[in-house]
Design a binder for this molecule. Structure first.
Ligand SMILES: NC(=O)c1ccc[n+]([C@@H]2O[C@H](COP(=O)([O-])OP(=O)(O)OC[C@H]3O[C@@H](n4cnc5c(N)ncnc54)[C@H](OP(=O)(O)O)[C@@H]3O)[C@@H](O)[C@H]2O)c1
Length: 330
């Protein structure tokens, strides 16, 4: 496995991580049982050391399952765990309360605490940033990062971060969603923040899953479009055959070569081996061009500005929180 440092002086993470929304997230209707332990065990064997979760995934059940797996496997100190506080935690007190609860569920101090989405449009970004800084300064987290912050809000967050700098922005980025390449990615590179890529397989469509099985896929326009995009599927197939790899590995390696840290989600142990192998695949320039060309339209198709999850900024915090309680999380 190869590793990279997040941000200027952040944690050292494997070039590919794993996402755990699937563990407990309602939208994935995941099976109960020991699969989380099995997936974590295989990931450790393959030297994947970076795991992502969030307080809203199954209202804490993803964090709990991940924490239990790490404890059972006795690897709590060997891995880098990232979690997220919801954007409804828009000031210091609420953020610290959220991070303390996350640590209780994980059974350890979270390494990277991320703001899952920015605060409502009428709330100052600086209050959220101060809360994240405070979580690090008071030892409740080792580093902090942003998530779903578009370029203008990253600029604002950096203006506010007087004491501790964020190390990353976790955003949607894949062959089927290249919007970050317009403004956000160049800005992150210039300011020394890492880009962590969520839905790196477009919820499975870029791995060749062409019909939706779970609500998370069915409700995702990008999954639907990528699954039906013959040109993109053909390009993935061509490159995969030439490199003797799978479509999923090619889609993840493409992201790694673009400088991002992908965090695919999977409930299947055998796929962890495949996912880890993406860190060792070198896609030569001529094959990168095939993928770049076949996915060109996705640089602007979903807009030039990063928009994923931005609608939540127009919903008052109390309503955001209540709807999560009613639906038992995402
Ligand atoms: N910050 C945010 O707002 C945000 C939003 C969404 C997600 N995330 C994070 O990003 C992580 C990943 O994103 P995601 O779950 O939306 O989508 P994803 O990783 O793009 O896709 C997950 C899907 O791909 C399938 N898959 C994984 N590896 C595969 C392989 N090798 N071959 C075939 N199929 C494969 C999985 O099925 P199986 O389970 O059957 O393998 C699952 O259906 C989440 O777990 C979460 O941690 C963050």
């Amino acid at each position: 496995m190869r590793f990279r440092t997040l941000g200027k002086n952040g944690p050292k993470v494997s070039l590919v991580g794993l996402g755990f929304w699937e563990a407990g997230g309602r939208a994935w209707r995941s099976p109960k049982g020991n699969w989380v332990i099995d997936v974590v065990k295989k990931a450790i064997e393959m030297e994947i050391n970076f795991f992502d979760t969030a307080e809203i995934y199954g209202l804490g059940s993803s964090e709990r399952l991940l924490g239990e797996a790490l404890k059972k496997l006795n690897v709590r100190d060997e891995v880098i765990v990232a979690s997220k506080v919801g954007g409804f935690r828009f000031y210091e007190g609420l953020i610290i309360k959220g991070v303390k609860a996350i640590n209780r569920r994980l059974g350890r101090t979270v390494d990277l605490i991320q703001a899952h989405w920015p605060p409502p449009a009428w709330m100052p970004i600086c209050r959220a940033v101060r809360g994240l800084e405070e979580a690090v300064l008071r030892g409740f987290a080792h580093y902090y990062g942003l998530s779903n912050y578009p370029a203008d809000l990253v600029e604002k967050a950096l203006e506010c971060s007087k004491r501790v700098e964020p190390v990353s922005d976790q955003v949607q980025y894949s062959l089927a969603y290249r919007t970050p390449e317009n403004k956000l990615k160049p800005l992150l590179e210039k300011r020394g923040l890492s880009l962590i890529a969520w839905s790196p397989l477009a919820k499975g469509a870029l791995a060749g899953i062409l019909s939706p099985k779970d609500p998370a896929q069915r409700s995702d326009r990008i999954f639907m479009v990528a699954a039906r995009d013959r040109k993109l599927q053909e390009a993935l197939k061509t490159v995969a055959e030439k490199l003797n790899a799978s479509k999923a590995v090619v889609a993840l390696s493409w992201l790694i070569q673009k400088g991002a840290v992908p965090i695919p989600g999977t409930r299947k142990v055998n796929r962890v081996v495949e996912i880890a192998s993406a860190a060792n695949l070198e896609i030569p320039n001529d094959l990168m061009k095939i993928l770049d060309d076949a996915s060109k339209e996705y640089i602007t198709k979903w807009g030039r500005e990063y928009k994923a999850l931005q609608w939540i900024r127009y919903v008052p915090c109390s309503i955001q929180y209540l709807s999560l309680l009613i639906t038992r999380g995402a």
